[in-house]
Design a protein. Structure first.
Length: 615
């Protein structure tokens, strides 16, 4: 039954088909994608929204802070302007500024000392001030005093732009950005407020008053707030000109930032400096329009958002792990009955026709298991019916072929006995009849289709003895039989028709002494028997015709050879019993002798009822 079942359509599909893509992996992957993808997407969106919200809040806070600083800068210079307007002894100051060096008198010295102590007291009393200068209309510094008691040199300022701007301002205060006084022996930078001084009597401009504030004092305004690492600050005056920059930048970058200062009050932009992205924020004084623009490296924001990123990452990881576990559990729950069904189908495919699944569920999987069990029962029933039918058909056909052999053997043997009896040799005739009866008993043993090769050789020996009584010494028979083939399984009467053909169609028509050679050997899982004779050589065309008939399909062969016995009968019995891959073939031997090759499966017989493969 298993041999028949192996030839069905189930055998054509390889078991590897089940393993090409396991459902549990695809199901788990689908669940992971459908669950984890939204989790990852949610984490990304959450982080992006949190980052944007934090950046927006940061910008708003920074803008407010910048506005407060800008107002402090404005108030600082407002205080310096008030200080510049607070002088009351303009008469003495005008006298000093208009008196030439060659005209110094006691009165000049008296007024100079009076102005000196007034100005020094102002410096000493206001720690936000660093120095005061008085400059005449020729740009000559007539008076200079600073907190560090720096010495004055002989440089003039008549060609300095700030001096010209102050003179042209007609008494209005002019604020100077960070600079160094070229008429003082010190390099520290200061910011200043300048205004023109007029004679109180004729209102004629007599010089310029310049009040300095040390840059470090001015920078204390920025020290009142925390500054981010790498932050760049720019102060713009009310006219939109850059007043102060905390770091060196190019002229092109200055122009770009000036465009920011002239834009609307709210800035939401990015700026690149030294191959680094900066976030731009701006704060503007509500009174005079002083502005502070801060440029904070974007990586600072990223550092501040690091905590949110870590929280989102760990949240995504935890959710992903939970999703993986859920996906695995769901996959296992769904895959288990499918795997049981698959294993049952594989066992069924491999020939286990008694496999039945245990139905423990009331869902679709339980229905599939029930359908599978019903299918197996129906297929087993059909296979048994077809197997039994084919077995009966096969037995009937073998009986038919065997019945053809017996009359053919009987007719030929009786002819041989008749030929000997006509010669008057009664003793030889008696022996031939005795051998004939033994051979005929072997041929008539119905119900047993196969014997060991040893038994078949014993029968051939008796048959050859019978023929030698007729032909005498006109032929000789030789055997080259390997010891391990004697227990091989073979069909009953498989050699006799071939040896008989060698006698009647090969040796009988020759005058020379003939030879029949029988060779038997195992080659792997196949058993080969060669029967050669030195009689009449079969032409190649005839041999091709015979081999074509031996290899024809079953139905074509039955129609074409229904009236033929001999090797056609043996070939048909072999194919019916062992399969169509076995049978006979006519070939030429090494010396061009006609040879019949018998190809059988290598099956060892332990006893009459038990056999096993040669493997």
């Amino acid at each position: 039954m298993k041999r028949f079942f192996a030839k069905t359509n189930f055998q054509n599909s390889s078991a590897s088909t089940w393993r090409k893509g396991k459902l549990i992996y695809r199901l788990c992957l689908m669940l992971l994608v459908s669950i984890c993808l939204p989790v990852v997407l949610f984490s990304y969106i959450s982080y992006s929204m949190s980052y944007r919200s934090m950046e927006k809040q940061y910008r708003e806070n920074k803008n407010n802070l910048n506005r407060q600083i800008a107002e402090k800068v404005e108030n600082n210079f407002y205080a310096l302007k008030n200080q510049a307007n607070a002088f009351f002894d303009y008469e003495s100051i005008a006298y000093i500024l208009t008196t030439e060096q060659s005209e110094i008198t006691d009165e000049y010295i008296k007024k100079y000392n009076q102005v000196y102590w007034n100005l020094v007291s102002i410096i000493q009393g206001n720690f936000d001030l660093d120095g005061i200068s008085l400059i005449n209309m020729d740009g000559e510094v007539k008076f200079y005093y600073d907190r560090d008691m720096s010495r004055q040199n002989l440089n003039t300022v008549e060609k300095e732009k700030w001096y010209e701007d102050t003179v042209n301002a007609a008494g209005r205060a002019v604020i100077l950005p960070p600079h160094s006084n070229n008429y003082a022996d010190k390099d520290e930078k200061v910011v200043s407020v300048c205004r023109a001084i007029s004679d109180p009597y004729d209102d004629k401009m007599v010089g310029v008053l310049k009040i300095d504030q040390d840059l470090s004092t001015f920078m204390r305004i920025f020290d009142s707030v925390d500054k981010n690492e790498g932050e760049l600050n720019l102060v713009f005056d009310s006219a939109g000109n850059i007043f102060y920059i905390s770091d060196d930048i190019s002229e092109k970058e200055e122009k770009e930032l000036c465009q920011y200062s002239n834009s609307s009050n709210e800035i939401d932009g990015k700026w690149v400096h030294d191959k680094q992205d900066y976030i731009v924020t701006k704060g503007q004084s509500l009174n005079s329009g002083w502005q502070l623009i801060s440029l904070v490296p974007e990586k600072t924001m990223e550092e501040q958002a690091k905590f949110i990123r870590i929280i989102n990452t760990w949240t995504a990881i935890i959710l992903a792990v939970i999703c993986v576990l859920i996906a695995l559990v769901i996959s296992l729950i769904i895959n288990r009955p499918i795997r049981e069904l698959k294993d049952s189908m594989i066992q069924f495919q491999e020939g286990n026709l008694d496999i039945q699944m245990e139905v423990k569920r009331n869902d679709e999987f339980g229905m599939m298991a029930d359908v599978f069990n019903s299918m197996v029962k129906n297929i087993r029933k059909l296979i048994n019916e077809k197997y039994e039918l084919n077995l009966l058909k096969k037995q009937a056909q073998l009986e038919n072929y065997q019945s053809q052999i017996n009359p053919h053997f009987l007719f030929n043997t009786l002819n041989s006995i008749k030929a000997v009896s006509m010669q008057g040799d009664q003793e030889k005739t008696t022996k031939m009849i005795q051998y004939f009866s033994e051979n005929f008993r072997y041929a008539l043993n119905r119900g047993v289709y196969t014997v060991s090769f040893r038994e078949e050789l014993e029968y051939i020996n008796k048959y050859v003895t019978l023929q030698m009584m007729r032909f005498g010494d006109r032929f000789q028979i030789e055997k080259e039989i390997e010891e391990d083939v004697l227990d091989n399984d073979c069909l009953r009467m498989v050699l006799q028709p071939i040896v008989e053909n060698a006698f009647y169609h090969g040796l009988e028509k020759t005058v020379e002494k003939g030879r029949i050679l029988i060779v038997a050997q195992n080659v792997g899982e196949e058993f080969f028997v060669y029967v050669s004779n030195t009689g009449t050589i079969v032409p190649e065309e005839k041999m091709r015709e015979i081999n074509a008939a031996l290899n024809a399909d079953e139905e074509q062969y039955r129609i074409a050879n229904s009236d033929k016995v001999g090797i056609y009968n043996v070939n048909a019995r072999i194919k019916y019993h062992y399969g169509k891959e076995y049978g006979l073939k006519m070939i030429y031997g090494m010396d061009k002798e006609t040879t019949i090759r018998i190809n059988l499966p290598c099956i060892r017989r332990r006893n009459q009822d038990e056999s096993f493969d040669c493997r």
